[in-house]
Design a binder for this molecule. Structure first.
Ligand SMILES: *Cc1c(COP(=O)(O)O)cnc(C)c1O
Length: 429
């Protein structure tokens, strides 16, 4: 399938007059239509709730769009909890799914009334200490089945190698200890594979977790009130990938629910999800301008964004589709490496990519940066964070985060005498 951007060259030219490139831009219409589809796909489950994984796109304007669907937020750090609190989420709209957790972070999670999801059995003592022995009425435990996780098209991931969750014996023991400490209601959670572009993942995971719920209920008598399928539902980064159908996924989970939970008296269990990538990924793009070209042993196009603005290609060799705006229908008859300016040779958005002929000043739209894009940014080489823009449903554009300036970069040095000598004026900030 041909991948087309949600903005045109003409739109981007106008936007760039006001907000210089590079910037990440998000498509409100796409976010809303997808959120609606997620809600419908799980409407069969009365207590269903999606907790958007804040780490994917931690912007309060986007988070507040998500709130219109009565969705909540999955947080794994104090800062993400603060952000969720700032947009008015609390209580049953926050899931605290952290790992390697500092003790004091449980305090804020508890204060906000969040569901606390324990990554490990040793966290029980930490929560005990942090909260002075007073446990919330509801607690969740994260499961890791070990081994490899397979679907019909092969091995998806390797839980046995992953740092998350508890073994089956540990989760059983954790339930018993927590019940002894007065916890009344329980949830279970697992995240077994990332970016799964198949409708089979959630139903297969649900099957495993539902069986585990039946086992834990039989062994302990615990009241299991929710099952959290976590994230991992993927998106088609490549043009030839078949996108997931969230309705088929929802129905697949429904079937397992009817097969396993209902006959075991667990028909009231609420299904929770913590999707990040699926909720935002396709509805964001990184817009960057071609500013240099170089012809040596290969052909290079230098753009004004770099891996600090989008780390996935450099970090995992991830594919992100690129459209040269205004040349959507031109033949892809030039082979380029599209690079940023970091002093790192892996700072390439594309390697040996066939694209239309690129002229200096062309705008490139790097697709699918709406999740794990901006948020994975960093400041290496003194590079600054870009702005984030929202293309609203009425076609207007709102800046939802300004670009960083050198003053922001140096702000943490304001405790030193050198700070006073930095020539901010000369770079116009
Ligand atoms: C990252 C993460 C998610 C979201 O994952 P996606 O692949 O973006 O859907 C959900 N839950 C937990 C605990 C995570 O760490």
């Amino acid at each position: 399938m041909k991948k087309l951007p949600f903005v045109t060259k003409e739109q981007v030219e106008k936007i760039a007059e006001k907000y210089p490139t590079p910037f990440h831009i998000y498509d409100e219409k796409g976010i809303r239509e997808n959120a609606e589809a997620v809600k419908e796909a799980f409407a069969w489950n009365k207590g269903f709730r999606e907790f958007f994984a804040v780490k994917a796109t931690p912007n309060p304007y986007l988070m507040s769009i998500i709130q219109d669907y009565d969705f909540g937020f999955d947080c794994s750090s104090e800062t993400e909890l603060l952000l969720s609190d700032a947009v008015g989420a609390g209580g049953e709209h926050i899931m605290y799914s952290s790992n390697d957790t500092p003790e004091r972070e449980f305090l804020l999670a508890e204060k906000l009334g969040a569901y606390i999801n324990l990554d490990d059995i040793t966290m029980i003592d930490k929560v005990d200490k942090a909260l002075g022995g007073k446990f919330p009425k509801t607690m969740c435990c994260r499961y890791n089945p070990g081994g490899v996780f397979k679907l019909s098209n092969g091995i998806m991931d390797n839980p046995g190698d992953s740092k998350y969750g508890m073994t089956k014996d540990q989760i059983l023991e954790a339930f018993r200890i927590l019940m002894g400490k007065g916890v009344e209601h329980f949830g279970i959670h697992a995240f077994l594979a990332s970016n799964t572009v198949t409708n089979e993942y959630y139903p297969a995971l649900a099957g495993e977790l539902f069986e585990l719920a039946v086992f834990l209920k039989k062994k302990t008598g615990a009241d299991i009130t929710f099952i959290n399928l976590s994230g991992g539902v993927g998106i088609p980064y490549w043009p030839d990938e078949e996108p997931n159908d969230i309705h088929v996924i929802g129905e697949g989970v429904h079937r397992k629910f009817d097969e396993i939970l209902v006959p075991n008296g667990l028909g009231n269990v609420r299904i929770f999800t913590e999707m990040g990538r699926f909720m935002m990924g396709p509805y964001g793009g990184l817009v960057t301008k071609a500013i240099n070209e170089k012809h040596i042993y290969k052909e290079y196009i230098g753009v004004d964004a770099c891996a600090c603005n989008l780390m996935r290609p450099a970090m995992y060799g991830a594919y992100h589709h690129i459209t040269v705006l205004g040349k959507e229908d031109a033949p892809c008859d030039h082979k380029y490496d599209v690079t940023g300016s970091l002093c790192e040779n892996n700072d390439k958005f594309a390697v040996d990519r066939m694209l239309p002929k690129i002229d200096m000043g062309d705008y490139l739209f790097i697709h699918d940066t709406g999740a794990h894009g901006f948020s994975m940014g960093y400041n290496y080489n003194g590079k600054l964070w870009s702005s984030e823009l929202l293309l609203k449903e009425d076609g207007s554009v709102q800046m939802i985060r300004r670009a960083e300036t050198p003053r922001d970069y140096f702000a943490t040095l304001d405790c030193t005498p050198y700070y006073k000598k930095i020539r901010f004026d000369e770079v116009g900030c």
